[in-house]
Write a new protein. Sequence first.
Length: 105
Amino acid sequence: MASGQQLTRDDVAGIAAYARIALDDAELVEMTAYLNDAIALLQPILEYDLEDIEPTFHPIGDMANVMREDVPVPGLSLEEALANAGSREGRAFRVPAILDDGGGA
């Protein structure tokens, strides 16, 4: 979009159709104004001379996450895992039901 160019009602209708958003006539008028206002707020960015500026793809630059090697460690045995369970049933924790059985009340 060239500087100073406004979105038309048809532009916004096309965007809405592409995004599968149903807009009635009043909503199209409102959304057209809203989007044009949002674009106008961004216009000052076009005033900057960015000719020799490299794009930044991450705000921290060349930093990277430092991750340790993923090394498996021994887990708990079944008895250790269930040792502090409030209630257990065989090899599992026993917890109160949270889903309705469909029988109604």
